[in-house]
Design a protein around this ligand. Sequence first.
Ligand code: UDP
Length: 457
Amino acid sequence: MEERKKYVAHCLVLPYPAQGHINPMLEFSKRLIQRGVKVTLVTVVSNWKVVSRKNFTSIEVESISDGYDEGGLAAAESLEVYLETFRRVGAQTLAELLQKLAGSSHPPDCVIYDGFMPWALDVAKNFGLLAAAFFTQSCTTNTIYLHTYNKLLELPLTQTGYLLPGLPKLEAEDLPSFLNRYGTYPGYFYVVVNQVSNIDKADWVLANTFYELEQEVVDWLFKIWPLKTIGPTLPSMYLDKRLQDDKNYGIEMYVPKSEACIKWLDDKPKGSVVYVSFGSFAGPNVEQAEELASGLRDSGSYFIWVIRDSEQEQLPKGFLDTAEKGIIVNWCPQLQVLTHEALGCFITHCGWNSTLEALSLGVPVIAMPLWTDQITNAKLIKDVWKIGVKAVADEKDIVRKETITHCIKEILETEKGNEIKKNSIKWKNLAKSSVDEGGSSDKNTAEFVDELVHRRA
Ligand code: UDP
């Protein structure tokens, strides 16, 4: 009973086991904790082995199984098999966990589940719990997948332009790769499109975006979903700075091993460094890595390039000897890099987190999308928010070195680059305001907690 009184409600937070999903859901959890909610993070066993060593101070951690307790996705024979096994074993082990917690001193009131795992909504409802979907992609992307699920977008794509409610006109090549390259990665196609399959049962739909960023499409979705935009979910210390002790919440998942690149940045001229990262999952192929390497070298700019250890052999031999102004790291504290004075621009794959981070920190972007919703994010970056340029690929789908050099110079040295920087600052201010006291996302988070407390009673 004492335990119950300490908190206004108890949420289980259930992210899909990937960096770009865990981070935003953890950051949102901090905002809930700040408002008196008890949060239990539920990870798959293979992740839990990492997470449970992290000394979480303000959050409890429980696990379910994806069927691959040793190794997760990497241990599965294919993506399709992994996802199907996860659906089956995940639903069963989540039910067992909910059964166990029902008998605890503070049983959960609500499951906040990742949109990639709609089966968790069914399980939560079987236990009579409240449930909130959490979408880790833009509302633009949500709308595109919703139309695909409802067969209002016919596949394969044949039209020359698509007009969906609340969105600018999109060409086929602006739509996510699973649509514009229909047939590729059927497992992911199924996952992204089926995010909305049972959404009518959800009590809330939480989206990691902010109202001012996607106003028209949010207004449209708001008519059909109990939607609350609650982002951007960057740590408070980079935005509103209202979470006391933000750093010490102890729930950052991936603390980088070294901050060497921050030291390296310290003596570089203001606005001079190009930061290159393709996120935690995909990366450029060998030919693309070669072109990028040459483009960076030829630009004569300072650069930091994040390449995971497993992919470093893709670099041309001796590259670093000829490109003296750059460093390669296998991981970096991206937010610290993006906020460093020396930073000039960000060559990014346009994953939704990286997109929001660049936009919220006022960093101009060179968009080099690889797949999924990155393609659509790149379109918004260039044409709607005007915070960057797109490095356009040739007919072999490779961005050539000349294009890369041109984009870098365009951002760092031209009037167009200055305009882009001005726009970036505008969005940075809007992003901060949205999570600051009384801002759109702040109000929505407060409303979510109020409704939760009211409805759980
Ligand atoms: N990230 C990081 N250090 C790196 C590369 C990436 O901290 O060296 C973080 C980045 O800040 C972002 C996340 O990893 O929060 C990547 O998410 P995103 O949605 O951009 O891409 P994904 O990994 O899902 O493709």
